[in-house]
Design a protein around this ligand. Structure first.
Ligand code: CAO
Length: 485
């Protein structure tokens, strides 16, 4: 007897994707874990494996469809299921047409999607390192020693946050139906709870969890739905204000409409959530990298021999990783629901990579334990794979801090948006040779503009500038890395 294959959980923050290609036809025999679809989701194209060996009796989606976790994607007659042999192609096509036209029965979406073994789920598991609300995983490495801040730079303020943060939390939307894809935020809820929220039209990001550690329970979703139904329409609208309607642009000239791809949609949703919920400050400064530039050119062949390119970005990854040890509040996340700050004892640095599909942020794991040559090799490799759409979702999750270097393209300064749930991001603009006043004369120096955006709920302005000054001093006097890193 044929059973519906549903889209399995693809990762903690992934709820939906676009079908990039259907890889099977009705009547095809597939092995367990053989790819059924290519799905473009959370900034990568991933294969959806078959949960069993058997015969595909119907394909329920087509290229271009947007599908959610739990949606039926195909019907499969598993081996040994006792059913008839595969239907002839004509019958299978008829079944496909019928199934695609009718909504799936409730049983088509089991409480927990079966988790087929295979590359996809293997890649998606173990990515909750930065999931602020779930239980913090045991650190894979010993905790760093209590960070010895540079003299006069003792990080402060982290414990003093909870009070101020509580007020900000009050601005969180109260929850309402949304058709937009969910933001890429850690959601402390089981698949069954998320599925219920999706099915009854509750935005799970707006549900306050009453379970252990802030986990969202089925009852929390139901209570939110009840509250929304009882709320006067104006209050519900205020909780999720709709964008103002657009004018008809064609009245002013020709226009062309294009659907957003998955990367654009997710980026838009993620950045909107960050912009609306994080009170951020951007601090600007410049580093004199004249001497570093000489060193960079001198040691470039070593990085090349290891397969990398010794760029400013590679050096900055090392500098930032070291700074995160000195200033642990920059390697943290805020859990507003629990009035808690989560300090991470790992150091994974995300790098914004410009691709033809949009912005991707792959993560260099354990950057603090890699040397600059290793980082250069890793950076080259992930940028190539990002641009070739070969990154798995897990490779873009669990970051501690993000670096966004636009300097290879140009620009004098910009204000980057924090890659939530991180609490700070470093923007890098184009290094230029400038006249600098020194000892009574102007001298030409190469200066690198830096923009640090930080979450003011956790980081005070004084710590923001201390952190940025530390990075600048490390670029100007690389020995600092060895002394304090
Ligand atoms: N100032 C001056 N020159 C710079 C520079 C800077 N800040 N950053 C890079 N360069 C130079 C490099 O040294 C290299 O020069 P050569 O070819 O002469 O050696 C050239 O620019 C190209 O560098 P690159 O981009 O290949 O390498 P990278 O390691 O510096 O950067 C990456 C890698 C992935 C960060 C970059 O390719 C990229 O995608 N940047 C865009 C990121 C982005 O879109 N951010 C916006 C996010 S929205 O907030």
């Amino acid at each position: 007897m044929a059973t519906d294959v549903t889209l399995p959980e693809l990762g903690e923050n992934i709820e939906a994707g676009d079908v990039a290609a259907v890889l099977v036809n009705p009547g095809d025999r597939v092995e367990k874990d053989a790819p059924l679809l290519e799905l473009e989701t959370d900034k990568a194209v991933v294969e959806v494996p078959s949960p069993d060996a058997g015969v595909v009796t119907a394909v329920l989606v087509k290229a271009g469809d947007t599908i959610n976790v739990g949606d039926p994607i195909a019907s499969l007659e598993p081996d040994g299921a006792g059913g008839d042999a595969a239907p002839p192609p004509q019958a299978a096509l008829a079944a496909q047409a019928t199934s695609a036209a009718e909504p799936p029965p409730p049983s088509a979406a089991p409480a927990a999607a079966p988790a087929p073994a295979g590359g996809l789920l293997a890649a998606a598991s173990g990515v909750t390192g930065s999931d602020s609300a779930s239980a913090t995983p045991a650190p894979a490495e010993p905790a760093p020693q209590s960070a010895p801040a540079a003299p006069g730079t003792a990080p402060s303020g982290a414990p003093a946050l909870a009070g101020a943060a509580a007020d900000v939390g009050a601005a969180t939307p109260a929850g309402a139906r949304t058709d937009a894809p969910e933001a890429v935020e850690p959601i402390p809820a089981t698949p069954a709870v998320r599925r219920l929220a999706r099915e009854i039209g509750v935005d799970i990001r707006a549900v306050t969890g009453s379970g252990e550690g802030g986990r969202i329970l089925l009852d929390d979703v139901k209570a939110t739905a009840k509250r929304l139904l009882q709320a006067p329409p104006a209050a519900a609208a205020a909780a999720h204000p709709a964008a103002p309607p657009l004018p008809d642009f064609s009245q002013w000239g020709p226009v062309q409409e294009e659907a957003m791809n998955a990367v654009r949609r997710i980026t838009a949703s993620h950045l909107t959530a960050a912009w609306q919920t994080i009170p951020a400050v951007t601090q600007l400064d410049k580093a004199d990298i004249t001497d570093l530039e000489h060193l960079r050119k001198r040691y470039a062949p070593r990085a090349e021999a290891a397969g990398g390119k010794l760029t400013v970005t590679a050096i900055l990854v090392k500098v930032v990783a070291t700074a995160l040890k000195v200033f642990p509040q920059f390697n943290a996340s805020i859990d507003m629901a629990r009035s808690t700050v989560i300090y991470k004892r790992y150091c994974h640095v995300g790098i914004a990579v410009d691709t033809d599909r949009g912005l991707l942020v792959p993560v260099i794991r354990d950057a603090d334990r890699k040397n600059i040559v290793e980082i250069a090799a890793a950076l080259g490799e992930i940028s190539v794979r990002a641009r070739a759409r070969k990154l798995g979702p897990a490779e873009m999750q669990g970051g501690s801090f993000t670096i966004s270097n636009l300097g290879g393209i140009g620009g004098s300064h910009f204000s980057p948006i924090i890659n939530s749930p991180e609490v700070a991001i470093l923007g890098v603009s184009r290094a230029e040779t400038e006249p600098v006043w020194r000892d009574g004369a102007f001298v030409p120096r190469l200066r690198l503009p830096l923009s640090l955006t930080y979450d003011h709920r956790l980081i005070d302005g004084a710590d923001g500038i201390r952190f940025l000054r530390w990075i600048i001093e490390a670029l100007e006097q690389p020995l600092l890395l060895a002394l304090e890193g």
